[in-house]
Design a protein around this ligand. Sequence first.
Ligand code: NAD
Length: 316
Amino acid sequence: MSEGTLSTVGFVGLGNMGAPMAANLVEAGHRVVGFDLVPELLTAARENGIEAAASAAHAASDADVVVTMLPEGRHVLSLYREEGLLDAARPGTLFVDCSTIDVADARAVHQAAREAGHAMLDAPVSGGVVGAEAATLTFMAGGGKDQFTRAEPLLKAMGKKAVHCGDAGAGQAAKICNNMILGISMIAVSEAFVLGESLGLSHQALFDVASTASGQCWALSVNCPVPGPVPGSPANRDYRPGFAAPLMAKDLGLAANAVRAGGIDAEFGLLAAERYATFAAGDGDGRDFSAIVASIRDRTQRHSLVSESEEHSHDR
Ligand code: NAD
């Protein structure tokens, strides 16, 4: 497929991200045959011009390119290998997996695709549901240069930027490194706001300074964890995601696995993974990852109550 050529795309996984991404491919003029395990999602996809397939294998059988957008590595491995997605496709089909999964899982899928006579790219995304809907995602791709060139017109129909990061798994590597920065920086920004509160500093004053000073980062200036300074941030709608805390916990878990496997001295990344895992399993479930500011406030209050009661017991 060269630039400007329309293709038949099999699209498997029509959830929060996949549905708008597939709709943008239709918008760009491609024929899209979609499948999801949830029947209601297939019905909704039809309204966006996506043809509903009876199975994932059916969606792949007539495709030039197959895009997958699934929750985790185990879903991707199972679909590609055990559930016959690769076997169902015509030889030489290009597979593009946009899910965020482990680098090792991504490399295993590349190998399975190669052995089945197909081409493969791992191409996870950044930009969230808003970016998926507006076709402003950033893709980070791993695989051969030829595969990247072949996929580029499709990636550009779903996003604003596509970066070829290197060989198999390099897209996933870039994704977990980026999200490790994001997880750590969201905690740093949240801790700074809680510290500012205790020092009598208003949220707006801290924002006005840090967003134009050396503390500036996406977690502060776009996804600000306190309501007020950035009207569009999830904090202003009771932390409705956005980027849900469990997804951040998943991505930091992938980063932590890679950190441990590589023996990397990344103490803050490991701590961020631990904090987000606890938060996602509790109050963070269903909330934007910036809501972690509330758990930092709670921990602060609990600590100060504990130290107050310790002081009282010494006084007695
Ligand atoms: P989602 O759960 O909304 O969608 C995944 C879909 O895959 C579901 O509809 C599910 O039914 C379907 N599915 C699972 N197994 C299947 C199978 N065997 N056959 C067919 N369909 C199957 O998840 P999402 O929010 O769309 O995220 C998808 C991926 O994108 C994840 O890896 C996530 O980490 C990543 N991601 C999400 C965001 C975000 O903001 N939501 C941002 C960047 C990256």
